[in-house]
Design a protein around this ligand. Structure first.
Ligand code: GLY
Length: 397
């Protein structure tokens, strides 16, 4: 039997990862009556991701438009964190520590030199260092490091704390939380009108934001012409602990491409050291594999041999929600009343501030701000949905 909420909301957000939470928080701040549905708000991606804010070190050829959005979000981070910590009363673990990307062999060095050239062409700030200078900055680096790029503007945040703070800010800001799954989008007179939840509640809303990460394409009731082109890309991530006696083990994020695979080590102020991440296109599988853990530890050990001394405290896998061009899907769809905030792929944590602002603007004015317009979901034709997931999943952003 269905129970129906009497008063309609202005906005229903489906999905309570950091993207859904920031959308709900910002919408409520603009005076919109906002609800959010998720069985575990604040869970998922944020529980797995390392939280690098890597606009400059994760620059790729052909992603100049995305770079603009990434940089806009990175610039907003200090103010965003201050506002969020004030609103939630919680610390987010934001750390303006910078990043060092290093090369271990001639191929890595050539790759990094190309990245450096691309960064310079794009007007970004990074400095080429010799291997010796890299080790001066980070004495735990392997003697074989052949050079590196110092990027002082790529910082980090603790995504678990970020999620907790966003959840608290939503609660304090009056967002109605439905701690259950949204099962079906309600469509009334060819307009999104809310959702039916797994507990039978029918939530009515003027606008619905689908922010369910890689699951966003799987919500029942979404018309075929609006199907959301996202796919899951698995990432396995390890957590180690740096004993006090070893601190500071690393001063900044250290990363490299080793034999074609990205490896990064993200040191938190509380002694946690996050090592990530694999990139695997295996559907919704979130199994942690011996091979994944082995490759991460092998590559991280080549960079920083001393990690073998550290306790390994956690292994986990999550899912990045990737769009066909690896850029986010933000704003209205072809179905009136239905908007997307998903597809952030490797940049979900970085893009959280700018996504919150863009979604609040489009929800209140009907128009995306200029910087977010290239990311309209309407840039893609509809695609058929992938097969249903069979395992519990976590979104990695
Ligand atoms: N941005 C880091 C990752 O997705 O692994």
């Amino acid at each position: 039997m269905h129970s129906s909420e009497q008063r309609p909301y202005d906005v229903l957000v489906i999905g309570g990862g950091i993207i859904g939470l920031v959308t709900a928080w910002r919408a409520a701040q603009r005076g919109l009556r906002t609800a959010l549905a998720d069985p575990e708000p604040g869970g998922g991606a944020a529980q797995v991701a390392a939280g690098m804010l890597a606009a400059v070190t994760e620059l790729h050829y052909g992603e100049q438009t995305l770079l603009g959005l990434n940089l806009a979000s990175a610039r907003r981070y200090p103010q965003f964190v201050a506002e969020l910590e004030e609103a939630s009363g919680l610390d987010t673990g934001y750390r303006a520590c910078g990043t060092l990307a290093v090369a271990l062999d001639a191929d890595d060095r050539a790759h990094l030199r190309e990245l450096h050239a691309l960064q310079r062409q794009s007007g970004l700030t990074s400095e080429w260092l010799s291997g010796r200078d890299c080790r001066r900055l980070e004495p735990m680096l392997a003697p074989g490091v052949r050079g590196g790029l110092r990027v002082d503007g790529d910082h980090q945040i603790d995504p678990r704390r970020l999620a907790a703070a966003l959840l608290a800010a939503c609660e304090r800001g009056g967002v109605a939380l439905y701690r259950t799954t949204a099962e079906r989008l309600s469509v009334v007179r060819e307009r999104a009108a809310g959702a039916l939840l797994a507990d039978g509640t029918e939530v009515v809303a003027d606008q619905v934001v689908l922010a369910a990460g890689s699951l966003s394409g799987r919500l029942a009731g979404v018309p075929p012409e609006v199907l959301v082109p996202v796919r899951p890309v698995k990432g396995q991530v390890l957590r180690l602990t740096v004993p006090r006696a070893y601190a500071p083990f690393l001063n900044r994020t250290v990363r490299a491409v080793v034999r074609g695979s990205h490896v990064y080590l993200v040191p938190r102020e509380n002694g946690e050291l996050v090592v990530g991440a694999t990139t695997e296109e295996l559907g919704w599988d979130t199994t942690v594999t011996a091979g994944g853990v082995y490759e991460l530890l092998r590559d991280a050990h080549e960079l920083v041999p001393g990690i073998t001394e550290l306790p390994l405290t956690e292994t986990r896998a999550g899912l990045r929600p990737a769009s066909p061009d690896n850029a986010p899907l933000l704003g209205p769809t072809a179905l009136p009343g239905l908007l997307l905030a998903t597809g952030h792929y490797r940049n979900g944590v970085l893009l959280t501030p700018v996504t919150g602002d863009a979604m609040a603007t489009v929800l209140t004015t009907g128009e995306l701000p200029q910087e977010a317009r290239p990311f309209t979901p309407r840039r893609f034709p509809a695609v058929p949905p992938p097969p249903a997931p069979s395992v519990r999943q976590e979104q990695l952003v």
